[in-house]
Write a new protein. Structure first.
Lengths: 281, 279
């Protein structure tokens, strides 16, 4: 438990529908914590508000050419005990499928989303190995390793070729929220992993969401786009660890993990190489 | 005319061991929806701000202590208790609301009981905790079962269009319009739900109440708590039948009776009154 701290935040978020501004919100406030008590007000820090406005201008420029989507921009500027930080995220949705990106990657990720949102399944869902493309294995590991770590879950044996860097730091969504140990990022790497592409396989491209239940130790992954269409995986953590059968290459930035815990939504940058699991469906 | 809504609020919230006291004011405009902290405070009785906090904190602290004591030896996964006051202004109307909310998640692996209340009621928590502590094996294919009010209230929003119900009148909605008693139909609801100033208001049926009919068989097993959020009309519930306590999954598509007892309001969807029901 933190003995004392001061946290200040400003955020600006906007919703754009097909090129037109639909919603706009400004939020600012400060939280002063002493032991187990937090006093929070909507105090305005002009420097943080200005940083947000600058960041949202930059984000608007990044989406100027992406007219046919549902786009949510969020710029956050924070100061905790004198240390400033900022992040800007862009959530782009087409046809009910979405990616979460940054101003620098918005155009490339929009192109990826456009191509995937329009794709149709090429096979029916079966009990087949899964190849996790586009860094999507990072979401599987986010739930099975990252969240399990947040809940102090018992260890399970992961492949020795897998390394996962998912440090926990104290984070909160707003000045109204209780800070919690959350993942700063998740970067999965492989060293000398086996990789034999199965002849028959499901290729996963994008994930709609996931969850880890600390009571049952079950990981749930909702696949949004795959060669077999959308489907859901529900498996014990140990089963997922045992199913990891290979990986190849360097970590790939997955376009989007907005992590929700205790009602607080926070962006977690996530990277993983192309990975293979045995059948999990 | 562009509508402007303003809200000032103060709330004390206990959340898993931390007490957070929040004061804020905000305003929203409903054309291109925009929301921001209020630059000018709404007209609230500032002189009573300190007394508001001084009243809320001990209430929350006392209820948290009672709750933690009453659920022993079960594990508390999540306990969120809040008490607050909010002053609203919209369309030339102003009004004040006080609220209490409780969310409790109790664990006896692999089961998790979920309790949501709009009052600092300790008896219901004691009853559910005592039952969970002695839960036995799953029962299947239950043909007749009663739903406790806290369970039926969670189900009610899923039964709009399937069960005769009304919007209970009283108070004002998110745009300051009176909430009238109306039959719930498939037509667009007449009122607006605004859970916070930074949330765009939506039309919604408020304060749902099922119309009583039929008769309740008091000898039927009772589903006294949710073991998972309601999924359509599928309920995962903790049940009691005489001395037996068991988990079960039930299909609540067909309601056989709704009690005539006075219902209790629960914070599900845009408000829902729970009364005992019979499947």
């Amino acid at each position: 438990m933190i003995a004392s701290s001061t946290f200040a935040i400003a955020s600006r978020d906007e919703l754009w529908l097909h090129g037109a501004l639909s919603e706009s919100r400004l939020m600012h406030g400060e939280a002063r914590q002493r032991g187990r008590t937090i006093d929070a007000t909507d105090a305005r820090d002009e420097d943080l508000v200005r940083a947000c406005e600058d960041a949202i201008d930059n984000a608007r420029s990044a989406i100027a050419a992406l007219g046919d989507a549902r786009i949510r921009l969020v710029a956050r500027a924070m100061r905790e005990d004198g240390v400033e930080s900022a992040e800007t995220t862009i959530t782009i949705s087409i046809g009910g499928v979405s990616v979460v990106t940054t101003p620098a990657n918005a155009v490339a990720d929009y192109s990826l989303l456009r191509s995937l949102a329009g794709s149709t399944p090429t096979m029916s869902l079966g009990s087949l190995p899964i190849v996790w493309q586009n860094g999507s294995a990072a979401v599987l590991l986010h739930e099975a390793i990252g969240h399990a770590h947040e809940h102090d879950a018992a260890p399970v044996p992961w492949p020795t070729w897998l390394s996962v860097d998912a440090p926990l730091v104290t984070r909160r969504e707003t000045f109204r929220d209780v800070p919690l140990p959350r993942m700063k990022h998740l970067i999965a790497t492989q060293t000398g992993a086996p990789f034999v592409l199965p002849k028959e396989r499901i290729e996963v491209q994008l994930i709609a969401g996931g969850a880890y239940d600390p009571v049952t130790d079950i990981v749930t992954i909702h696949v949004a786009v795959s060669s077999a269409g959308p489907f859901t995986i529900r498996r014990k953590r140990a089963e997922i660890a045992a199913a990891l059968s290979g990986a190849v290459g360097e970590p790939i930035r997955y376009p989007g993990v907005i992590c929700s815990r205790e009602g607080q939504e926070i962006y977690v940058a996530s990277h993983a190489p192309v990975m293979i699991t045995d059948a999990l469906t | 005319m562009i509508e402007t809504y303003r809200k000032w609020g103060r709330v004390v919230r206990y959340e898993n061991g931390v007490t957070i006291r929040v004061e804020e004011a905000g305003e929203a405009r409903d054309d291109v929806f925009s929301a921001r902290p209020a630059q000018t405070r709404v007209s609230v009785p500032h002189t009573s701000e300190d007394s508001i906090l001084s009243k809320l904190v001990p209430k929350v602290d006392a209820y948290v202590a009672q709750t933690l004591l009453s659920v022993r030896p079960l594990v508390v996964e999540r306990l969120i208790v809040s008490s607050g006051i909010a002053h609203h202004e919209a369309n030339g109307v102003s009004w004040t609301e006080e609220s209490q909310r409780v969310h409790l998640s109790l664990i006896k692996p692999p089961l998790r009981v979920l309790i949501d209340l709009a009052s600092f009621d300790i008896a219901i928590i004691e009853t559910i905790a005592a039952a969970l502590a002695r839960v036995g094996k799953e029962r299947e294919a239950l043909s007749r079962i009663r739903l406790a009010p806290n369970v039926s209230a969670a189900l009610l929003p899923s039964l709009i269009g399937e069960l005769a119900m009304e919007q209970a009148g009283g108070g004002l909605d998110g745009k300051g319009q009176p909430i009238a008693t109306r039959a719930v139909t498939s037509d667009p609801p007449p009122n607006w739900y605004r859970p916070g100033y930074a949330v765009r208001p939506v039309r919604a049926w408020l304060n749902l109440r099922a119309l009583p009919f039929g008769s309740i068989d008091a000898s039927a097993p009772l589903a006294l708590a949710l073991l998972a959020p309601v999924d359509g009309t599928t309920l995962r519930v903790l049940c009691i039948d005489g001395d037996d306590v068991f988990p079960a999954t039930v299909d609540a598509t067909r309601i056989a009776a709704v009690s005539r007892d006075k219902p209790t309001w629960y914070p599900y969807a845009a408000g829902s009154f729970g009364a005992e029901m019979m499947l």
